[in-house]
Design a protein. Structure first.
Length: 279
C-alpha cells in the first residue's frame, strides 16, 4: 500500500515542488519538512516505547485521505473551475492525512501523542484553496485599510477614504490584494507556531502568540500604507515608485518582529515566574 501511495503522489509532489518554486506566497513550503524533522528530533529522547499499531485512528485518517481524493475527482467531473491552488490543496491534504494515518499505524498512539506537533506542523505543506485565499486577502485588505485610517487620524493627516482607497492631497492610494501582506503574515504565523512550541509550555500562551499575528499583520500593513502616504504627501508623489513601496515588505516585516518577540519574551518570563511562585 505504501508503494502504491508513493507512486500515486509522485506527480502531485512534483507539481507541488514546481508550484512552490514559482510562487512567492508558498516559497516557504520547501522548509516545512526539514523543520518538522527538527521538531521531531527535539522530542526524540522523550519518546515512549512502541505500544502497538493504533488501527482505528489510522483507519480514520486513511478514510479522510481517500475522501479528499474522492472530493477532488467529484469536483473535477462536476466541471468546477479548479485552480492550481485547489488541485494541490486536495492532493496535499490527502497526502498529509495518509501520512498521519501511517504514523498511527507504524508508531502507535503513545509515540504519536508525543510527536503530535511535529506531525501536525506538516499541514503547512498544504496550499490554501483559492476561496480561502481570497477570503483571507479580503480580510487583510480591509483590516489594513482600517488600521491605516487609524494612523492617519492619529497623525492628524488630511485625507478621505472610500473603502480601500485613500484620497490624499497629492495622490490616491489603494490597498490592493498585493498589499495585503498575506505572505509575510503566513510566515509570521508559522514562526509563532514554532516559537511557541519551543519556548512556551502553556497551551493558551502558545495560542495567544499565534493569534497575536493577526492584529500585528493588520497594524503592520496599515502602518506601511500610512508611511507611504505621508512620504507622498510631504516629499512628493514620486515616492510611490521608490523601493520603499515596491521592495519595502522585508523592512516592515522586520519591524513587526519587535512586538512579536517582546510578547514572546513576556510570555516566557511569566511562565518562569509562575513556576517559581509554585515552588
Amino acid at each position: 500500500m505504501a508503494a502504491a501511495l508513493a507512486l500515486c503522489f509522485s506527480v502531485p509532489l512534483y507539481d507541488m515542488a514546481w508550484f512552490a518554486s514559482e510562487s512567492e506566497l508558498y516559497s516557504y513550503i520547501f522548509l516545512i519538512p526539514f523543520i518538522g524533522v527538527y521538531l521531531a528530533k527535539l522530542k526524540w529522547k522523550s519518546l515512549p516505547p512502541f505500544s502497538g499499531a493504533a488501527r482505528k485512528p489510522a483507519a480514520a485518517f486513511f478514510a479522510g485521505g481517500f475522501a479528499m481524493l474522492a472530493g477532488y475527482a467529484l469536483a473535477r467531473h462536476s466541471h468546477f473551475k479548479l485552480t492550481d491552488d485547489d488541485y494541490l490543496s486536495f492532493m496535499m491534504s490527502a497526502l498529509f492525512l495518509f501520512f498521519t494515518g501511517g504514523c498511527f499505524l507504524f508508531l502507535g498512539t503513545k509515540i504519536v501523542r508525543v510527536l503530535a506537533f511535529p506531525i501536525g506542523f506538516l499541514v503547512f505543506i498544504v496550499p490554501m484553496p483559492s476561496a480561502m485565499l481570497d477570503a483571507i486577502e479580503y480580510v487583510l485588505q480591509y483590516g489594513s485599510a482600517w488600521a491605516a485610517a487609524g494612523f492617519f487620524h492619529l497623525a492628524d493627516a488630511t485625507f478621505t477614504r472610500d473603502g480601500l482607497v485613500f484620497y490624499l492631497p497629492t495622490i490616491n492610494l489603494e490597498v490592493a490584494p498585493e498589499c495585503s501582506g498575506i505572505h509575510s503574515s503566513l510566515v509570521l504565523f508559522i514562526t509563532g507556531a514554532i516559537a511557541g512550541q519551543i519556548f512556551l509550555r502553556t497551551p493558551w500562551k502558545r495560542a495567544a502568540l499565534m493569534l497575536f499575528v493577526i492584529p500585528l499583520a493588520l497594524l503592520r500593513n496599515g502602518f506601511r500604507v500610512f508611511v507611504l502616504g505621508e512620504l507622498c504627501t510631504h516629499i512628493g508623489p514620486r515616492m510611490i515608485d521608490t523601493p520603499i513601496h515596491h521592495q519595502g515588505g522585508p523592512l516592515f516585516f522586520a519591524l513587526s518582529l519587535i512586538p512579536f518577540f517582546l510578547l514572546l519574551v513576556w510570555l516566557r518570563k511569566s511562565e518562569r515566574f509562575n513556576k517559581i511562585s509554585k515552588n
